[in-house]
Design a protein around this ligand. Structure first.
Ligand SMILES: [Mg+2]
Ligand SMILES: [Zn+2]
Length: 114
């Protein structure tokens, strides 16, 4: 049943909620055994690998590391009982800080400066 789900979804459109559930099906049991603290270390390690891939500017490496970071982020959300699709709504259609679209937060000031 679970394998059928993964096979039918592979390469097709997938919601963020479905991706988070996919990670839970794939890794949920061992994620629970490992726990939040050790899992967070893995997540940070993957962020470091993404940093290196971005420096090298090799597309296939970047794709792999974006996938690793997103997968470990889903693991963290599963362990913290956070529904990521629901959580990210605060970024949909407006800046969560200034509420404008596009963002009009002053540059060079504060958390949302990019
Ligand atoms: Mg990696
Ligand atoms: Zn803003």
């Amino acid at each position: 049943m679970q394998n059928t789900y993964l096979l039918t979804k592979r390469g097709q459109g997938m919601t963020l909620k479905e991706f988070q559930e996919n990670i839970r099906v794939l890794f949920g049991e061992r994620d629970e055994r490992r726990g939040i603290s050790k899992s967070f270390n893995h997540f940070v390690e993957e962020v470091g690998e993404l940093s290196q891939a971005l420096r090298k500017k090799k597309l296939s490496d970047c794709e792999n590391e974006f996938a690793d970071v997103l997968a470990w982020l889903m693991t963290m959300a599963n362990l913290a009982d956070v529904d990521v699709e629901k959580a990210v709504l605060r970024y949909v259609g407006k800046c969560p800080s200034c509420k404008d679209n596009p963002c009009r937060c002053p540059e060079g000031e504060g958390f949302f400066d990019r």
